[in-house]
Ligand binder design. Structure first.
Ligand code: GDP
Ligand code: MN
Length: 390
């Protein structure tokens, strides 16, 4: 789960990571009032969207008066911000953060993420912050120092010193930096984050260290431990189809292809997407209806698939283990009728009572094709969607 920058800064501040003062706003007038309340000669008006790269796209503006703050906020609110992280469709700005401006001496990069190779959190730092870290990682990976974080012991003092040195921190600033790094690592672990990134971490002209930007993603499977984090969820930032799916306990992720997939089990869903691709098609989504897919689940899943205007055909690939194939077939038939299915449908069932299930499908008056294997099913749906001119 993703949250906004201002929320991520609240989380980091709870753990003692220094962040600038700021006020979240919904209107331009609130932004003007926030400037006055902060009482600083310089403030920063920042668009709050679940994506970075705002600076280059006009979503971060330095302002020197309440009027300038109002104008900057008015120029962002309600507008679509397109950054290198939003994709071409961009994101509509609905919230603004007004923050006390900082005098930047240096911009650094600092993050904790999960390293799948070592199965542990990893601290990453670079003296070259502010810029696109993906580019840096590609072009000069040696500029990023990585320190594996021991799952039980956490970051050790020598690792903190090594990172401070790599970041070019010395004296009192290094002490402050090491304290900040330690707090970031603790926040990452205690809050069950999947990433906690500060880009840039700045050194101010006064020699202080400060998180000027913050990005936190949480491990959704651990959210039950963090009721306060669930409060941060902003449905405006999520794909409406994914929000709808989560209401029915369906694991749905929208993609940009045109073949809707309804599958049970995440592994089977991945395999189905791969085989569609292999046959020259392109999946419109990942959808795992779960092991106990019933008629209601299947109907809701159909509705969500078909609410995607790009979806030109549906492939149902379900293994009847806990659920028997005949029950699934009944569900598919009822659901297809209820949603008045207009696009080609291919169904592949396998498992318990498969003969009875196929028979039900073939005898039904729903327009669909059946397939005995995943290969055949994928070939059929790809051909049908192509024939329909999509
Ligand atoms: P992002 O582009 O979405 O990652 O947004 P950031 O919060 O990282 O801001 C982008 C850039 O704006 C930073 O790298 C800074 O150069 C600049 N910036 C942000 N806040 C301040 C500030 O308080 N003072 C100054 N001088 N620059 C700032
Ligand atoms: Mn940033």
């Amino acid at each position: 789960m993703k949250i906004h920058e201002f929320q991520a800064k609240q989380v980091l501040a709870r753990f003692g990571v220094p962040v600038p003062d700021g006020i979240a706003c919904d209107t331009a007038d609130e932004a003007a009032a926030a400037f006055t309340q902060l009482g600083a000669p310089l403030s920063v008006v920042k668009a709050q969207i679940h994506a970075g790269g705002r600076g280059k796209a006009g979503g971060v503006k330095l302002v020197r008066s309440a009027d300038e703050a109002r104008d900057a906020a008015a120029g962002m609110l309600g507008k679509t911000l397109v950054t290198h992280q939003t994709g071409p469709e961009g994101r509509v700005v609905q919230k603004i953060y007004v923050e006390r401006g900082s005098e930047i001496d240096r911009e650094l990069y600092l993050a904790v993420a999960v390293d799948r190779a070592t199965s542990a959190p990893v601290l990453m730092g670079s003296a070259e912050g502010g810029m696109e870290i993906e580019e840096l990682a590609e072009e000069r990976p040696e500029a990023i120092l990585r320190e594996r974080i021991h799952p039980m012991k956490g970051l050790l003092p020598f690792q903190l010193r090594r990172m401070a040195k790599h970041l070019g921190l010395s004296g009192d600033t290094a002490k402050k930096g090491m304290a900040l790094i330690q707090k970031l690592a603790v926040a990452f672990t205690e809050m069950d984050c999947s990433i906690a990134e500060i880009n840039p971490l700045i050194v101010t002209k006064q020699g202080d260290v400060l998180a000027l930007d913050a990005k936190i993603n949480f491990d959704s499977n651990a959210l039950f431990r963090h009721k306060d984090v669930i409060e941060y969820r902003d449905l405006n930032e999520e794909d409406p189809k994914e929000v709808e799916a989560s209401k029915f306990d369906l694991n749905y992720i929208a993609l940009d292809g045109n073949i809707g997939c309804m599958v049970n089990g995440a592994g089977l869903a991945m395999a189905t997407m791969d085989v569609i691709q292999l046959k020259g098609g392109s999946p419109a989504n990942f959808l795992d209806v779960g092991g106990g897919a019933n008629k209601e689940q299947v109907t809701n899943a159909f509705k969500i698939l078909l609410s995607d205007p790009n979806c030109r055909g549906v492939l149902v690939n379900i293994f009847g283990g806990i659920m028997k194939c005949d029950t699934i077939a009944e569900g598919v038939i009822a659901a297809a009728k209820e949603v008045d299915l207009q696009v080609p449908l291919v169904v592949r069932l396998e498992g318990t009572n498969v003969q009875r299930g196929r028979q039900l499908l073939e005898e039904s008056d729903v327009k669909l094709e059946t397939a005995a294997s995943l290969d055949e099913a994928a070939e059929k749906i790809v051909a049908l969607v192509k024939a329909a001119g999509a």
